[in-house]
Ligand binder design. Structure first.
Ligand code: THG
Length: 261
């Protein structure tokens, strides 16, 4: 399971403060702790900023790269901000995210090509968020077709079925899971399947329990990447245990004690 740490996001109040005050130590600390917790990449999102978001993104990327050396997932709704983040990236990067909407694919597929970046694609289009698994698969197919036309290797694609909060859209939790096996059949090599895990528990009373339960279910459905909180130890234990039970990791009695893979 490819773990992308979610914590460097201006939607968190402490991160918004660190950005405002250009507190590099706070950002570096958050980066290091996520890597220690088992992150393989870090999501970087400025959140809503009053100032120039491209400058904030560049500062965030530079600050994180001074602290750690793993791939970054550049997360912004604005293609110009994504481009600024990619330019600042030293190593491999992901783009978070395109949708199936023409305008976004036109802007972001060329960026993925130019920077050799992975491309996260939400299965959403001009009509909005699909209401069932089949509609998610239909949009996924359109995205895969565009990627193939453009010459983007299909294993650079990370298809995201869009996880919604269980308290607001309860039926959509299983629709997102049901879409996953259909994504895998769309092309060869198959695309990656990714979720923004914490969405599922937004506004609920048992966030960590809901997150880790859904994570295990998603892993069983073929999800191989997740944007999540690697500082949640119980969550990371479930992630590794599910990996063992799905025969993706080799069992030994001390598997929880060893370094996160
Ligand atoms: N798919 C993709 N990218 C994504 C998402 C997705 N990026 C953003 C998001 N969803 C995943 N990241 C988060 C980060 C934080 C939270 C949820 C998802 C979160 N934040 C607290 C909240 O809203 O309650 C903030 C609380 C605080 O300020 O401390 O839950 O689905 N591709």
């Amino acid at each position: 399971m490819f773990v992308i740490g979610e914590r460097i996001n201006g939607m968190f109040r402490s991160v918004a403060r660190a950005i405002r005050e250009r507190d590099a130590n706070a950002i570096a600390d958050l980066a290091r702790r996520q890597v220690a917790g088992g992150a393989h990449a870090l999501d970087i999102n400025t959140g809503p900023t009053g100032e120039e978001p491209a400058e904030v993104m560049t500062w965030l990327v530079q600050t994180v790269q001074e602290a750690i050396d793993i791939p970054l997932s550049i997360d912004s709704p604005k293609p110009a901000v994504v481009a600024a983040g990619l330019r600042a990236c030293r190593g491999r990067a992901l783009i978070n995210s395109t949708t199936g909407a023409q305008e976004r694919l036109d802007a972001l597929l060329p960026l993925a090509q130019e920077f050799g970046a992975g491309l996260i694609a939400l299965t959403i289009d001009e009509r909005g968020i699909p209401r069932n698994a089949a509609a998610r698969a239909e949009i996924a197919l359109a995205i895969v077709a565009r990627a193939m036309e453009t010459g983007l290797p299909t294993d650079h694609l990370y298809l995201d079925p869009i996880v919604l909060p269980v308290n607001a859209a309860q039926d959509q939790c299983r629709e997102a899971l049901a879409a996953m096996p259909t994504f895998r059949t769309l092309c060869e090599p198959p695309p990656h399947i990714i979720i923004g895990l914490s969405n599922v528990s937004q506004g609920t009373a048992n966030r960590s329990l809901i997150n880790r339960t859904y994570l295990a279910m998603a892993q069983a459905c073929g999800c191989d990447a997740a944007i999540l909180d690697p500082l949640d130890k119980d969550l990371m234990d479930v992630l590794r245990t599910a990996g063992i039970l799905l025969n993706q990791e080799i069992y030994c009695d001390s598997y929880l004690q060893s370094q996160p893979a």
